[in-house]
Write a protein that binds this ligand. Structure first.
Ligand code: HEC
Length: 165
């Protein structure tokens, strides 16, 4: 929001400054041969400046806004963590295979069976190992082989990047 205001203020200032420069230069400029020609070129300068100003002033914010919309679903509910493609896949798989049992805010999951991953904040290797080999160390049972290979890696990357944030 602040960035948007600053951006607009900047462009308004640039616009005003260039406008006044253009207005002052014309009549006094030494290179202006005849009165008519001077006006013509001043108008041409003003016109091309206005076109440029409007194009950049509108196109750039418009691009930023649509760019953000494309990114929106890479952002995790409420928090501003940008996910890689791998992590986005991992989030989907997490919702299918892990959310029933684990709490993880980034996946909006509240499963009460296993440890709270936001509190545990496990590194990716530990998550991968737990997925592939399972766990049964007294805190309940997590079955082995819930996911394999690259899918297990995707989930591990997602959990490591988001747990506790
Ligand atoms: C059926 C419920 C269940 C499911 C489904 C499940 N877990 Fe677990 N998970 C547990 C339990 C219970 C534990 C604790 C086991 C123990 O005390 O040894 C655990 C432990 C963990 C741990 C901690 C391992 C450690 O060594 O401290 C991680 C990380 C983990 N799970 C990640 C996941 C991920 C990622 C998925 C999805 C692929 C998943 N879990 C799916 C029940 C589940």
């Amino acid at each position: 929001m602040l960035a948007t205001v600053a951006f607009l203020a900047f462009w308004i200032l640039v616009g005003l400054a260039l406008f006044f420069i253009a207005m002052r230069r014309g009549p006094r400029g030494k290179h202006v041969a005849a009165e008519g020609e001077g006006r013509g070129s001043r108008r041409a300068i003003l016109t091309s400046f206005l076109v440029f100003y409007v194009a950049v002033g509108i196109a750039v914010p418009a691009l930023l806004i649509t760019g953000n919309e494309d990114n929106a679903d890479a952002h995790v509910g409420g928090t501003q963590i940008s996910l890689t493609k791998q992590e986005v896949k991992g989030r989907e798989l997490f919702g299918q295979r892990c959310a029933n049992c684990h709490v993880l805010a980034a996946a909006e999951s509240e499963g009460p069976v296993g440890p709270n991953l936001d509190q545990l904040r496990p590194p990716a290797e530990l998550v991968y190992d737990a997925i592939v080999r399972g766990r049964q160390r007294g805190g309940g049972t997590m079955p082995a082989g819930l996911l394999e290979g690259s899918q297990a890696e995707d989930v591990a990357a997602f959990v490591a990047a988001t747990a506790g944030r």
